[in-house]
Design a protein around this ligand. Structure first.
Ligand code: SAM
Ligand code: SF4
Length: 483
């Protein structure tokens, strides 16, 4: 199932491939497994496109693959450990069939570079996130028995002209990458080192990809970037771009261009940075019926002192003012966050401030982590990782417990309301029910009736669990939030 959550635990290690039909013309097959954030899953679709154009068909079965690829994540130590463990499992396959090539892609490849080849002997290819175009050449090199590495980062690469091959798609929602890299230097974060400088993708190609998706039956796109609010694309020539000719396109402009493709195409985006999200963006969300009322606005900590050490460039007060502004301009806006516990020097008082900020914001969804020092980051160089793991984990548990209360309350508040649901497929439990998401990204389950995937259905919510709203279809518009 394609999911619009940005870091989805359920999708970690997902092998994605369309069904291989017998005699589909490919002599060789690749198998790709992806870890980490949605950006990595979107990158795997670019890789699939490059490989398919070079004679490799995708397979979901690693045992029939000639090429095994693992698209990796470095964000926390645990993410890297998961990949290392998985590689040991591929060792058996390679022993049985030494002709198989094993490649490591993505952030871990970028972070470890050639070192990867020394540390993991079975790896034949190491390819960083900006070097996927060179994959066919690298594969050829590896086929001759040499190890092949390309971890060059680029200031320009956006893969704008590559039409991603939608793998494991439900045919309803798709991720569309709008920019790459990150220029923020949050002190805990490895992304600026593994994904390079920020660059925005050509707006014309983004709109083209979204339009194509819509014409192919997709009904929701999620625009992806590490910091979408700093999207800024300057046309070099003078292409016609949806009425915005020859001017730089900022994120509000891009949102509008995508929203105008069709009122039946829902638009989501992630991730927003509190320092960069503008009133313009908020007014654009409020203006368009099909831009979802949902913002993922990671705060990381509720303590201004810790935020400063994290180099987030905003304070607790600034963040609260942003949340107030969001609620003023978009009443009913769904709000989610990322939180880190146990960052360097974090005191019990700092932690209490994180909890009180969560009390204030009452997030619908929160991704919570304990701090994991990453080699080479500003924090690793400047500060001591001085909070014992037991303390980090205890604080994390307190945070998770608090958030559980907030998310349940958020679900309960929707009982009695009606909402518009975009159907994504059958519910997990029974084909008698369908599941989809409402505007605020909450999962809604309701009796199937004559509805099908891709339909918009107005549903009246009657009950809920911690993660699901349960309701019945009703006639008429979903008027609780005007969308
Ligand atoms: N660009 C996004 C932003 O600025 O919020 C998110 C980037 S990161 C892929 C996703 C989340 O992982 C971060 O928001 C942060 O909460 C978490 N994260 C990043 N580095 C981490 C670290 N060293 N230890 C624990 N969590 C970390
Ligand atoms: Fe990492 Fe900060 Fe960039 Fe997000 S904004 S990717 S947390 S450096």
């Amino acid at each position: 199932m394609t999911d619009s959550r940005i870091h989805d635990e359920a999708r970690q290690g997902e092998a994605f491939a369309p069904l291989i039909l017998p005699g589909n013309g490919y002599k060789k097959h690749f198998y790709i497994e992806s870890y980490g954030c949605a950006m990595n899953f979107a990158d795997s679709e670019v890789v699939a496109s490059i490989l398919q154009n070079n004679g490799y068909g995708a397979t979901k079965n690693c045992e029939e693959a000639d090429l095994i690829l693992v698209n990796t994540c470095s964000i926390r130590e645990k993410a890297e450990a998961t990949v290392r463990k998985r590689l040991t499992e591929f060792r058996k396959l390679k022993k049985a069939n030494p002709g198989i090539l094993v490649g490591v892609l993505g952030c871990m490849a970028e972070r470890l570079k050639e070192k990867f080849l020394q540390e993991e002997k079975l790896v034949d290819l190491v390819v960083g996130p900006d070097a996927y175009r060179s994959l066919p050449g690298l594969i050829e090199e590896a086929e001759t028995g040499q190890k092949a590495v390309n971890v060059l980062l680029s200031r320009e690469e956006t893969y704008a002209d590559i039409a991603p091959v939608r793998l494991n798609s439900n045919g309803v929602n798709a991720f569309v990458s709008i920019m790459r890299g990150c220029n923020n230097m949050c002190s805990f974060c490895v992304v600026p080192f593994t994904r390079g400088r920020e660059r925005s993708r050509d707006a014309v190609s983004i709109v083209g990809e979204c339009r194509q998706l819509f014409e192919n039956g997709f009904r929701e796109v999620t625009l992806l970037g590490q910091n979408v609010d700093s999207y800024n694309w300057m046309p070099s020539a003078s292409p016609e771009i949806g009425g915005v000719d020859k001017q730089a396109v900022d994120f509000a402009g891009l949102l509008e261009m995508v929203a105008l493709i069709s009122p039946l195409l829902r638009v989501r985006f992630s991730t927003s940075h509190p320092k960069d999200i503008t009133d313009d963006v908020l007014f654009t969300i409020a203006k368009y019926y099909n831009i979802c009322n949902y913002i993922h606005l990671p705060v990381q900590s509720g303590s201004s002192r810790v935020l400063q050490l994290m180099n987030r460039t905003y304070s607790r007060e600034w963040y609260i003012a942003k949340v107030n502004r969001i609620r003023e301009i978009i009443p009913d806006c769904g709000l989610s966050t990322d939180m880190i516990t146990g960052f360097c020097t974090e005191t019990e008082e700092d932690h209490a401030q994180s909890l009180s900020l969560m009390e204030y914001c009452r997030y619908d969804l929160a991704y919570m982590y304990f701090y994991s020092e990453r080699p080479g980051t500003l924090a690793a160089r400047r500060f001591k990782d001085d909070i014992p793991e037991t303390v980090k984990k205890r604080r994390l548990q307190e945070m998770v417990d608090l958030h559980r209360i907030h998310s349940l309350q958020s679900m309960q508040r929707d009982i009695g309301k009606t909402c518009k649901v975009l159907v994504e497929g059958f519910s997990k439990k029974t084909e008698d029910d369908l599941h989809g998401r409402n505007d605020q990204n909450k999962v809604v389950v309701f009796p199937r009736g004559n509805y099908k995937k891709g339909d918009y259905v107005t549903v009246k919510i009657e009950s809920c669990t911690a993660g699901t709203l349960i309701g019945k279809p009703v006639d008429g518009p979903a008027h609780d939030n005007g969308k």
